[in-house]
Design a protein around this ligand. Structure first.
Ligand code: CA
Length: 316
């Protein structure tokens, strides 16, 4: 292995504690992750918070604390609340969308522990503070969520994020940050119009039809302005027909590499294995060792670190 591939803690150590809480991030840091992921959305008073969805329904008690504040579609949008209001919410383990059922039944479920929503600023302070106290250099990995939707609501998420990153000392191509977004026009805007030279990651969706019908050449071209791509790991391989540890790369994998784009694959979950996988460790090992990805997004970063480090030790 030429250089050590990355472990990116997906929403923190979200396999163990409710996603995007400070507790889940501190745990991921302690487990040895290289980068901690933040999904970023805005509040009504234009504060950036770390939250996967633009609505608060599936990971907080918003319906109980603020009854009557949902829109006609039944959802409670972060952008309809001031930060002071969002600070009153408790974060809980993710529920299946629109239901009271847990999405991952074996994950952390206790109503006796109070978790809160973090601002992006607080989370960056947490990571930088831990970098000072441990002497490590762990990075951040913010995702701009639904930039057009935010703009329709009067918020320029990219500009706010870049200001926040600049304020916290992230600048230039070597900064310990990857800025990710599904919207390629937004990443082009960040690079060209806003003049940022931070590392950018073009995300490719799991099931979007337009993307599935795209040629390999088009997919690579989509990321031309980026440092790398973040994509579902299934898109990098030919789908196996039976249980196996031997994975055949899809043409896209070679094309991305030929274009010198870093490959960050998502999302590896120990409690959500594909039918063809023999074990979680085998799955992670195959993508690090055989597919030679540059990083993986993982809900269980301790296992990814362990597998990655054992491969790396062997190759030295
Ligand atoms: Ca994300």
């Amino acid at each position: 292995m030429a250089s050590r591939p990355l472990v990116i803690a997906h929403r923190g150590a979200s396999g163990y504690l409710p996603e995007h809480t400070a507790e889940a991030k501190a745990l991921a840091y302690g487990m040895g992750a290289d980068y901690l992921e933040q999904d970023v959305v805005a509040t009504r008073d234009a504060k950036l918070i770390v939250m996967h969805d633009v609505a608060l329904n599936d990971v907080t008690d918003v319906a109980t604390v603020f009854p009557g504040r949902a829109r006609a579609d039944g959802r409670y949008y972060a952008i309809d609340f001031d930060l002071a209001e969002i600070r009153r919410l408790r974060v809980v383990e993710r529920r299946r969308a629109g239901t009271p059922e847990p999405l991952f039944p074996r994950r952390f479920h206790s109503s006796d522990v109070t978790f809160r929503v973090s601002t992006l600023s607080e989370e960056i302070e947490l990571v930088q503070g831990l970098n000072r106290t441990t002497g490590r250099s762990v990075g951040i990995y913010p995702e701009i969520k639904e930039p057009r939707w935010h703009r329709e609501h009067g918020i320029d998420l990219a500009v706010l994020l870049l200001e926040e990153l600049d304020h916290h000392g992230y600048s230039g191509p070597e900064a310990l940050v990857f800025v990710q977004c599904f919207d390629s026009a937004e990443l082009v805007r960040i690079r060209v119009e806003l003049g940022s030279n931070l590392p950018l990651i073009q995300l490719l969706p799991y099931s979007d039809r337009a993307w599935r019908e795209m040629t390999v050449t088009d997919a690579v071209a989509l990321a031309a302005h980026a440092t790398g791509v973040g994509l579902p790991y299934e898109h990098l391989i030919v789908a196996p027909s039976a249980r196996t540890t031997t994975l055949e790369p899809a043409p896209l994998a070679a094309a991305l590499r030929a274009a010198e784009l870093s490959i960050h694959a998502y999302t590896f979950r120990a409690d959500q294995l594909p039918a063809w996988a023999t074990s979680f460790r085998d799955l992670v090992r195959a993508f690090y060792a055989d597919l030679r990805v540059d990083g993986i997004f993982c809900d269980h970063p301790d296992i990814a670190v362990d597998v990655r480090d054992s491969l790396h030790a062997r190759s030295r």
